[in-house]
Design a protein. Sequence first.
Length: 221
Amino acid sequence: MRRILYFLLLVFLVSCKNSENIELSYFELEDFPRTKYCTSKSISIQVANSLSYHVLHDSLVLVTTRGNGGYFVEMYNLNSKQKIMDFAQKGLNANQFSHARVVLDETNVSSIFYLYNVITNSIVEINIDSLLKYEDSYSFKKIYFSGYTNVPSFCKYDETRYLAQNKYYSIVKDLDNDVDRFLFVKKNEFDITNSTYSKSWEYKYYLFKVLGIQILLVKYK
């Protein structure tokens, strides 16, 4: 029996050594059947006044709302499809928001996301794990940006600074208002009194996005 096994092993090794022809298989997109419906299980989370959905930690859904229910953000669990909590309470107190929407880099795998207030031009950096732990006692620390910055086009540069784009800058050289593209914003550098202030009359052109991709230029008289 042992001799037979040795013989089979020898044949296998010889055949592998003498084999010079290697066949490769290539697949094109057209080789796969096209379907109209997903075969995976669907997850239905219906929020009547929702504005956007973001997934964090692969199991949490952050739903930005219009604040009609007293809160601007609702959190759901993808597995149970149940609401976990409401946060970003609507109001004018220190720990409340006049407006808030979730800003999240979809490639982000950390526990950090942001709330952006378009009215006060400010953000709140939130650790999702800390928010789940402390819930209602979680303290929202608001960071106000300069009126020259194009929030929410920003990123965290280090522990004390954020890097944001100058809203008066254009990639077209003749229309860039002769300003730098990026601005550093330090924590606690601005407050609500100067977060939206900018000397717009000093610039020839004002830039803003239309449908998220287009830029409209308006020349000041």
